[in-house]
Design a protein around this ligand. Sequence first.
Ligand code: NAD
Length: 302
Amino acid sequence: MKIGFFGVGHMGGPMAANLVKAGHEVVAFDLMPALLETVVQEGARAASSAVDAVAGVDVVVSMLPSAGAVRGLYLGGQDKVDGGVLSHIDKSALIIDCSTIDADTARDVAAIAQEQGRVMIDAPVSGGVGGAKAGTLTFICGGPEDAIDRARPVLECMGAQVFRAGDNGAGQLAKICNNMLLAIHMIGTAEALQMGADHGLDPAVLSDIMKASSGDNWSLDKYNPWPGVMENVPSSKDYEGGFAVKLMNKDLGLALQAGLSTQSATPMGNLAKSLYAAHGNHGYAEKDFSSIQRFFRHKESK
Ligand code: NAD
């Protein structure tokens, strides 16, 4: 298939490379032309403009930083890139937006596409840069069932699992529910490990005990925030790599915005957002989100 790919940053770059590896013809576009060089080396073609990237394609994939960028790309407006590309996309093509954005924007843009006779789905991902490189992302989709079935073979070149959460926007909602819970159990895990250590317990032994007990959770088991308890996780690499605090803050902001619109009670999400905002402001914005462990650290410890 011929695929137009927008946004070849940390996530989009390796995702586009995996599409090339799977045998697809990829035409890539990014506002930062230097980033295109890497995907060109992988075998993609660099588009000369956003409109060039959608000419004659079967599928459009976008992996952009924000809702404003998604609106700007497809509809034009403030973040204008040659005007909106939506009207330049062939009506038989499938549009897949993998960016993490608010559900309302995802629904709005998909509805405008539908009015024009075009099909668009939201397909945000879980799995981070490691998953994007390894082609093991989880895609959490929202949109018509038949459109998601059409997207499946393309998404499976970049990921291991494809879920349909519901109609347009539902993919975004399911993703932020997950990330709100992730922030909460990471903070709770860090808090428990610090209290144990303060009382002289070995965090590695305490982790083993909690993993075999009712406190077991993904943050403890797969992504332990205490340095040295697990190898090859950000906590053992000075919290480098992984999922940045600033991105967790973005997702928590989206979660609270979603909660507000339905009057849902999100006390733990609110607290998590406040803690991560403070943590980011204390110099940790670029560090992995498991660095919240340092938030609980006593001043005199290293
Ligand atoms: P990034 O900033 O590295 O990449 C985004 C790219 O989009 C940039 O290269 C930027 O120049 C480009 N861009 C912006 N507007 C554009 C436009 N109109 N046309 C073409 N290119 C445009 O961001 P990232 O880390 O790759 O994240 C992308 C999305 O994936 C975000 O929505 C993020 O929340 C989500 N996400 C990121 C991670 C992660 O670990 N990095 C994990 C899951 C989901």
